[in-house]
Design a binder for this molecule. Structure first.
Ligand SMILES: Nc1nc2c(ncn2[C@@H]2O[C@H](COP(=O)(O)OP(=O)(O)O[C@H]3O[C@H](CO)[C@@H](O)[C@H](O)[C@@H]3O)[C@@H](O)[C@H]2O)c(=O)[nH]1
Length: 318
């Protein structure tokens, strides 16, 4: 069996660590490595010569590019770093692949946030041909990197540009809604918080995926041997869920009784009401589909926080 040598940037992050686990469990022979120098030290994606050396030395069969300033809030706070990492970092890596491993697949984790204002006044889940109208620094960097890679395909880069929608799972930080809610539920279960959950906007609707389904899409594209995998693909369910439904489903998974209080400071000004993507292209061309149900996904998020609480409550008690 051929071994796939897959270089993964951002390997230690939330999606990267899930992906590494999925690769280990796979029946295929997949060797995953991070972006490291000869001494095993992490390489900064902005350091073009060292990125090129690492790609030349490893000769990967595929590159999965996850490393980024991945939090929209961080990107807003440090736009210079966000442009340097998310756009020029992506360029350094893609250029290194073109020069030193031109046959390798290049899998890019973009974002639904690239579509931005295209979600406004839109009844149907968006398709890939919807215009990029990013509204945030983060969305603009992801849209730009996506366009840049589309151009590099003309130079020979075998790039799959994914646009994942909201995803969650075990190990996600409490910056994101499902994980924030689950953390509070576990705190309440342990008696570390009064039985009142503090929440923001419950009316927004979002398109939620389990991180394992997202990681599997990246691996599938990395292993793909035909040209159907070159292009842009939404990773979404097409079935948006109200944050209130997500909250109810999570609370129903806990034996404790919980009240809910809306905190005005958690409400975001001018928030997009519905964000949803049409996944038909990925289903048709990549034979990908989301497999994990909403309930299974939420069970996993809760399970992750309960495990942390058992091991070491510090992350939950504060
Ligand atoms: N974080 C958070 N969100 C809350 C809360 N209460 C309600 N919400 C609402 O829950 C929704 C989802 O919020 P997030 O999980 O923070 O995700 P996001 O703003 O949609 O952004 C994420 O998804 C994008 C894809 O649509 C990604 O592009 C982006 O990077 C990020 O992962 C938003 O409408 C937010 O207002 C809360 O306590 N915490």
């Amino acid at each position: 069996m051929d071994t796939h040598r897959v270089l993964v940037t951002g390997l230690r992050g939330f999606v990267g660590s899930t992906l590494a686990g999925r690769a280990r469990a796979s029946e295929m022979s997949i060797e995953v490595s991070g972006l490291l120098d000869g001494d095993g030290k992490a390489i900064d994606i902005r350091d073009q010569p060292r990125v090129a050396d690492a790609v030349a030395a490893l000769q990967p069969t595929a590159v999965i590019h996850l490393a980024a300033i991945a939090s929209p809030r961080d990107a807003q706070a440090e736009p210079g770093a966000a442009w340097a990492v998310n756009v020029m970092g992506t360029f350094n890596l893609a250029q290194a692949v073109l020069q030193h491993a031109p046959k390798a697949r290049f899998v890019f984790a973009g974002s639904s946030e690239a579509y931005g204002a295209s979600f406004l006044h839109q009844e149907e889940p968006l398709r890939e041909d919807a215009p990029f109208q990013p509204q945030s620094v983060y969305g603009a960097t992801k849209a730009s990197a996506d366009l840049m890679l589309a151009q590099m395909v003309r130079e020979g880069l075998r790039a799959t540009r994914f646009r994942p929608f909201n995803h969650t799972g075990r190990g996600q930080t409490a910056a994101y809604v499902a994980s924030a809610f689950a953390r509070q539920i576990v705190r309440i279960e342990r008696g570390w918080q009064e039985p009142v959950m503090v929440v923001g906007n419950l009316d927004a609707r979002r398109d939620f995926l389990d991180v394992r389904d997202v990681a599997d899409a990246y691996l599938l594209a990395a292993m793909c041997s035909d040209e159907n995998c070159v292009g842009d693909f939404n990773l979404a369910t097409g079935a948006p869920v109200a944050i209130s439904e997500l909250l109810d489903a999570l609370v129903a998974l806990s034996p404790v009784s919980i009240d809910v209080r809306q905190d005005p400071t958690l409400m975001r000004p001018s928030e997009i009401p519905v964000i949803s993507g049409n996944p038909d292209k990925a289903k048709r061309q990549l034979a990908w589909q989301p497999r994990v149900s909403l309930n299974e996904m939420l069970r996993e998020v809760l399970g992750g926080w309960r495990e942390l609480a058992d091991q070491d409550g510090r992350q939950l008690k504060g």
